[in-house]
Ligand binder design. Sequence first.
Ligand SMILES: Nc1ncnc2c1ncn2[C@@H]1O[C@H](COP(=O)(O)OP(=O)(O)OP(=O)(O)O)[C@@H](O)[C@H]1O
Ligand SMILES: [Mg+2]
Length: 438
Amino acid sequence: MGERIGVVIGRGKETDQLEIVVAFQEREKSPKLGEFLVVEETEFMRRKLLARVEEFSYGDFQATKDERIRALVEKYVREITGVGRELSEEEKKALFFRHYILKVLGEIELEGSKIKTDYRVLPELTSLCRYPNDNELKIITSAGLEDVRHTIPIGHLSMGEEVRETDVIFDLDKFKNRRTAIFARTGYGKSNLCKLVVSLASLTGVGLLIFDMEGEYVFGDPSKKTIGLADIPGIKENLVVYTNRGYDASQYSDLWIQPLINLELLEPSEIASLFPEAKGEEAKAITHFRGLFTLPEEFIDSVRKFRESSSGKERSELLEQAARSITPQRKTQGQGVKVDESQVGVLKRNLRWIFPLDDAGASNIVTDAIWHLARGRTVVVDLSLLPLEIANSLSNMILEGIFKRNVENITRQKLIVVSQVNLPPTIKLMFHPFSQVN
Ligand SMILES: Nc1ncnc2c1ncn2[C@@H]1O[C@H](COP(=O)(O)OP(=O)(O)OP(=O)(O)O)[C@@H](O)[C@H]1O
Ligand SMILES: [Mg+2]
């Protein structure tokens, strides 16, 4: 049994919060914010509740009116100071302590090496608070493990700057078969953790699709001493990167780097799904475009000429040509059919976003990515240089494409999707193994 560092005096505002006090005499043992503590019952139920320090403040005995708290604190202080008698008024005046609010996370079950998150009964008021012992720490840092076959250490337990010996264990199968989310404040290492887990998953030969919002997965940042997936032997050979960044690929000769979008090769519905205004009220023209079976020749012609052109005026004319070629037509009195002029502008505005992203060297990103994923490769789609709406819709387009083609063993068993993009719920439902990092 560990050394006592405080005593439970009541409940906090929330049902899962406990209030404890630590005597002034024991201040050097005071827990830090965020620290794990065990609240151990000494009399009847003998549970070991796992709790974390959420808040702290000062308290003094004189200002405490509640008789029950006074009695508990006095008993506790008498025990730790070895005073057998009642405390004198002078001693009580000098009694200061620290208040802590703990959040109860669950109950430690030593037999099953588990944390049971169910917490329905308040702890006995005589419970003692102490730090977890080594064995308990091990259970805490491997909480949620179900199958010990694919466990991986992902780092050490750390409290602020202080790094402890205890390994933190993660279950790779959970990453594969469930949805995982990583939450933390900005700059607290979410991407780094995800990169680590992804790199370990990648080595198992599972198809991995990563939507990289920050352009941080493939290459490390030497100034921050971080490495990327392309620096890891065993992964880089298996890595496929779609990006519109001008990477100097000569350094990475064995790396598969490809541009993102080739408009010629996409279906009208796919291009339409990339339009930033696709969901706006002017969507009539976009709906029409989405319904087209193939891209009109004139559209493809303007795409090709746009690639060659550097003149702003010419490019604008080409956008106009492309927009007209896909604008719905309407019958006019006596003059046959004409394009609906009011819709040309809508399409042109949308194409203005999409055309500059086109690259003749790109394959069809949807079918190409599927091909690689089916071979168990790690596919990174670098969205970092795209406008946010387009980054969002491109990832949806790829996921929808995969789902539509219904490659059973890709969508159901062998694919992990890692995304920082806020994907719509329908997409999340389609993909069972889905990880989100924000
Ligand atoms: N376990 C770690 N140990 C030491 N340094 C780390 C660790 N994890 C991340 N870092 C460093 O902290 C910084 C931020 O990490 P990271 O980019 O992973 O955070 P983030 O939570 O993804 O941030 P953001 O919310 O901005 O995306 C990086 O410079 C990284 O090198
Ligand atoms: Mg991040």
